[in-house]
Design a protein around this ligand. Structure first.
Ligand code: PBG
Length: 333
């Protein structure tokens, strides 16, 4: 006998979760290769490839090797590479090597755009690979990074990258007013199509450690930090202020960095501004996942894809990630 007043849940959420077909139908977010930007470390010289010890699976490579990496990225449908140079000689107090039209970055940009015109190329706007002290700009006698002098050099650097044919310049330095200065200079020199990808909300994070090993700025920086220009991890209203200013000054895309610990900031930026918004899953986040996977403590493939999907759910349009090639391969099945 069926009891007359048998109680049952008014809504059974599990009904839609029961089968793969209905899970697929109600899926809200998807991750594809189109969402990925691959950061790469480039070395001077030829036939060189060095592992980055604190980032298993990531290498520093010379241009000839990088071309094979770029070809792989194109095959996998990854829209763009973000270039980070490893400068081994010629570091100075003011980092002027950053503005050398025959320097490493412009040379790599010219070659990549010639060989793979369809692949987007993004360059980093900051002086830390080029300065003898490892800061992102020019410092005074107290080690304080000078805003306006640094911005002038960043403008020269960006023009030099634009002349070489870069698609997007991505200032990661956090100087005040640099987006406006860059936009004006690019327009004045006829580079109206060069996009500005602003590291708008970049935090003074301890998760950048392995990157500083990779580009060799860690030793130069020593015990110094970047708290006078990068944001305090305690703040998120301030991130909205930063993004508002960068957009007003002419940024085409904005970034929140680091990634996973700052998903709340991504969501707030996307809700408030509705502009192309990106996350940087930084070196330390990559290192954590890799290390746990290498110990057999986490399923690398599953955690990689879950972490990347989380950025989409938070509102990001895409992610800079050292997992880009692996993720694109995994998404192919
Ligand atoms: C420097 C720069 C950093 C990163 C990208 N550009 C490090 C820093 O600000 O010290 C970090 C990227 C990563 O950790 O993956 N302008």
């Amino acid at each position: 006998m069926i009891p007359v007043s048998r109680s049952f849940p008014a809504t059974r959420m599990r009904r839609m979760r029961r089968d793969d077909f209905s899970r697929r139908l109600m899926r809200e977010h998807t991750l594809t290769a189109d969402d990925l930007i691959y950061p790469v470390f480039v070395l001077e010289g030829e036939r060189r490839e060095e592992p980055v010890v604190s980032m298993p699976g990531v290498v520093r490579q010379s241009l000839d090797r990088l071309l094979a990496t770029a070809e792989e990225a194109v095959k996998l449908g990854i829209p763009a590479l973000a270039l980070f140079p490893v400068i081994e000689s010629g570091k100075t107090l003011d980092g002027m090597e950053a503005c050398n039209p025959e320097g490493l970055v412009p040379t790599v940009v010219r070659t990549l755009k010639r060989e793979f015109p369809q692949l987007g190329v993004i360059t980093d706007g900051a002086l830390d690979p080029y300065t003898s002290h490892g800061q992102d700009g020019v410092i005074d006698e107290h080690g304080y990074v000078l805003n306006d002098i640094t911005t002038e050099i960043l403008v020269k650097q960006a023009l030099c990258h634009a002349e070489a044919g870069v698609d997007m310049v991505a200032p990661s330095d956090m100087m005040d007013g640099r987006i406006g200065a860059l936009r004006q200079a690019l327009e004045a020199h006829g580079h109206i199509h060069t996009r500005i990808f602003s590291y708008a909300a970049k935090y003074a994070s301890a998760f950048y450690g392995p990157f500083r090993d990779a580009v060799g700025s860690a030793g130069n920086l020593g015990k110094a930090d970047k708290k006078t220009y990068q944001m305090d991890p305690a703040n998120s209203d301030e991130a909205l202020h930063e993004v508002a200013m960068d957009l007003a000054e002419g940024a085409d895309l904005v970034m929140v960095k680091p990634g996973l610990p700052y998903l709340d900031v991504i969501r707030r930026v996307k809700d408030q501004f509705g502009v192309p918004t990106f996350a940087y899953q930084v070196s330390g986040e990559y290192a954590m996942l890799k290390a746990a996977a290498q110990n057999g403590w986490l399923d690398e493939r599953a955690c990689m894809l879950e972490s990347l999907l989380a950025f989409k759910r938070a509102g990001a349009d895409g992610v800079l990630t050292y997992f880009a090639l692996d993720a694109a391969r995994a998404l192919r099945g």
